[in-house]
Design a binder for this molecule. Structure first.
Ligand code: GAP
Length: 448
């Protein structure tokens, strides 16, 4: 179990090219981050793993990729324009704004409760606080050349919106019968009052969401199944230590406006156990609301029972950034090897930005370099994510690869070129640090 500090993770992420501050040369922008060369590989691997488990491995779950900006009526119908709010308080002297629930130290959206809890509290700067009020987190923009109330549009606050509006399109085109699901990966935007804790709470985020449309009477059972899916995915597909995970059930004051029940999986981030993945019972709230506002019939007709009804929805929703941060924190280990500290990311090989690094023992020996290039080309063709590394001595290269989670290093040395060991290389294992000789023609099998 890893107890790494936030500073250590932020520093590693920057130093090794996982995550950079957005617009860093201009001083950054609060709540926005860019992924670097290694970060984007890790993000893509996480998304791929989720898509595989969610869409490819289910015959009845279909993918979509909706627009970020939709007709604003969608967000009026979904309740986000009126109700997607966080509680806010302002320092009456500095006018800095804070999440009231964070200052009160509770998971609650209840204004009365927060007002009571904050009655005698001061702001972090020691000044009196103003009244607790609600703040809408929808990010706005304008469509077309005129900036007036008629042209206001919203950047989507969750990917779920265009899943609901495409429910009937997907059902019809895929000839889907209940139960079936629609999945989407994409960006969402929230004007968070206080973005914080690195990529944990940001204003531009990416979500992986799946809405599962069901008969109402199966809601409890289906809800449990998708809770189990999320837990198993984190443990089995991402290799996260179960000790770093726990369940958190939302009480009435915490649930989003659309949810009748909600369970989060919390991960042990450096700042404590916090929300990583939510499973929500959205009932017939969304389809019902869209039917009302759009006037379109989104009811389902069951051929077998001859019933017509509005499907219920169980939602599975997780943030890509929070998943990446959880994976980095969980994989981070500091160990002592031969009296020296080594930092190692024990990432699952399927997630690691690079599967293998290839090195000539010495970079000024052309015969070693030529052979190493040959091996590199073969492995690159097979795996794609292979790194050429001839920088510094071999010990330094191992440390560097350990720190970015590369499961194997392959070294071409003089024994590769002649004698009994001709056409064999050294393969060094990241986790055990053990080295063994492997024939070049067995390498792909060995590294798979
Ligand atoms: N469609 C349901 C929904 O959006 P949510 O609990 O608001 O539910 C789902 O968000 C997931 O998205 C969270 O569990 C979290 O992983 C991620 N998420 C939400 N807000 C975020 C933020 N400001 N920064 C990073 N990730 C966030």
């Amino acid at each position: 179990m890893s107890d790494v500090s936030l500073e250590t993770i932020v520093s590693l992420a920057k130093r090794r090219g996982f995550v950079f501050q957005a617009s860093e040369i201009y001083g950054g922008l609060g709540g926005f981050y860019d992924y670097g060369p290694l970060g984007v590989e890790l993000v893509n691997n996480l998304k791929q793993e989720w898509w595989k488990a969610m869409v490819r491995e289910h015959d009845n779950i279909f993918g979509v990729d909706g627009a970020i900006i939709q007709n604003p009526k969608l967000w009026e119908a979904s309740g986000h324009v009126a109700g997607f709010t966080d509680p806010l308080v302002e320092d009456t002297v500095t006018h800095k704004r804070y999440r009231a629930d964070h200052l009160a130290g509770v998971d609650s959206n209840d204004l009365e409760e927060l007002t009571r809890l904050l009655k005698d509290k001061k702001s972090p700067d020691g000044n009196p606080l103003g009244p607790v009020r609600t703040f809408n987190m929808m990010m706005k923009t304008f469509i077309g050349p005129v900036e007036d109330t008629e042209s206001i549009a919203y950047l989507r606050p969750e990917t779920a919106g265009s899943i609901f509006t495409n429910y009937e399109n997907v059902r019809e085109t895929m000839r889907a019968k209940l139960p079936f699901g629609i999945a989407q990966i994409g960006k969402a935007f929230r004007n968070e009052i206080s973005p914080r804790d690195f990529i944990f709470r940001v204003r531009e985020l990416e979500q992986m969401e799946m809405q599962y449309f069901i008969r109402p009477e199966t809601q409890e059972k289906t809800y449990e199944e998708w809770r189990e899916f999320a837990w198993k995915f984190l443990v089995e597909r991402l290799g996260i230590d179960e000790e770093n995970l726990q369940w958190h059930e939302h009480d009435e004051n915490e649930r989003a406006h659309y949810a009748a029940a909600a369970h989060d999986i919390y991960f042990k981030y450096p700042q404590g156990f916090k929300e990583l993945w939510g499973t929500h019972n959205r009932t017939d709230y969304d389809l019902g609301a869209h039917m009302k506002v759009s006037g379109k019939d989104l009811q389902y007709f069951d051929d077998a029972t001859r019933e017509r009804f509005t499907p219920y929805v169980i939602e599975s929703s997780v943030g890509v950034g929070r998943m990446l941060m959880a994976v980095l924190v969980d994989a981070y280990h500091e160990e002592e090897v031969n009296g020296e500290k080594r930092v190692v990311l024990k990432l699952k090989p399927s997630l690691a930005p690079y599967r293998v690094a290839v090195s000539p023992l010495l970079k000024n020996k052309p015969e070693l370099v030529a052979k190493a290039h040959e091996v590199y080309a073969t492995l690159k063709k097979e795996f794609g994510n292979v790194m050429w590394d001839d920088n510094g001595n071999i010990g330094k290269r191992y440390r560097r690869q350990d720190e970015i989670g590369t499961p194997y290093c392959v070294v071409i040395d003089f024994d590769t070129l002649e004698g009994d060991t001709k056409d064999t290389v050294t393969v060094r294992n990241r986790d055990t640090t053990e080295q063994k000789r492997v024939a070049i023609d067995q390498l792909i099998k060995e590294l798979n």
